[in-house]
Design a protein around this ligand. Structure first.
Ligand code: PGA
Length: 254
């Protein structure tokens, strides 16, 4: 049975102490809520990774992830952080392909494929984001856009590597805008993504792939979104910065 996952993306928010307090609060609030095949992943800025990863030891099914890595192993890349360094903090996941990285930092599909590879080499699980812009949705070409992002970003992987990754459908027009894809719109794309995965890797792999929805997900809309057959949880931005909201989203699966 595929994993049900609620992942938080803190983005570039929270000072060191604020992050530790928020994580401790969330970890305590969710400790009896994360059951069975459910997982919580908190993706923090680099500065929090080691401290919050040490706190996860007491919490089964609660994990820590980064929001970016460099595509090379090591070297003269001032200001960058490698996959190996992230893994050494105790973090086990990394968000890759987020639309903010694609748009503001010019991350191409080709670069992202390299980041996916280096993440897997160092035992970091990519949470790989895909999704269309408003114009791409309105012009109706969004299925093609998503297919291309999958093909270029992750479909080069072997079956065993692909089986490790998590996908996140994040329509760019819904991120941080308060506009959410309707459960039907999201389900339509999730089903499409699963079909593409099936065509490439077969139905056993497709059935086991967790596909998260992201984009203005909150405690109010999460129940309808998460009850869709191909939506396996959420990647939560704004609402992950409030312990009550994030915990309420986690509880949707219970
Ligand atoms: P949002 O962000 O929940 O604030 O829309 C989601 C994301 O960017 O991952």
């Amino acid at each position: 049975m595929r994993k049900k996952i609620v992942a938080g993306n803190w983005k570039m928010n929270l000072g060191y102490q604020e992050g530790i307090s928020l994580f401790s609060e969330v970890a305590n609030m969710v400790k009896d809520e994360v059951i069975g095949n459910q997982q919580i992943i908190v993706c923090s800025p680099f500065i929090h990774l080691h401290s919050i990863a040490s706190l996860t030891n007491e919490h089964k099914n609660v994990f820590v992830g980064a929001q970016n890595i460099h595509q090379e192993d090591a070297g003269a890349y001032t200001g960058e952080v490698s996959a190996k360094q992230v893994r050494s903090t105790g973090a086990a996941y990394v968000i890759l392909g987020h639309s903010e990285r694609r748009a503001y930092f010019g991350e191409s599909d080709e670069l992202l494929a390299k980041k996916v590879n280096i993440a897997l080499t160092h035992n970091l699980v990519p949470i790989f984001c895909i999704g269309e812009t408003k114009e791409e949705r309105e012009s109706g070409e969004f299925f093609d856009v998503i297919k291309k992002q999958l093909e270029k970003g992750v479909f080069h992987l072997s079956e065993s590597d692909f089986s490790k990754i998590i996908l996140a459908y994040e329509p760019v027009w819904a991120i941080g805008t308060g506009l959410t894809a309707s459960p039907e719109q999201a389900q339509e794309v999730h089903a499409f993504i699963r079909k593409e995965v099936e065509a490439k890797y077969g139905s056993a792999v497709a059935d086991e792939t967790s596909i998260l929805y992201g984009g203005s997900c909150n405690p109010k809309n999460a129940p309808d979104l998460f009850s869709q057959p191909d939506i396996d949880g959420g990647l939560i931005g704004g609402a992950s910065l409030k312990s009550r909201d994030f915990t309420d989203i986690v509880k949707v699966f219970n």
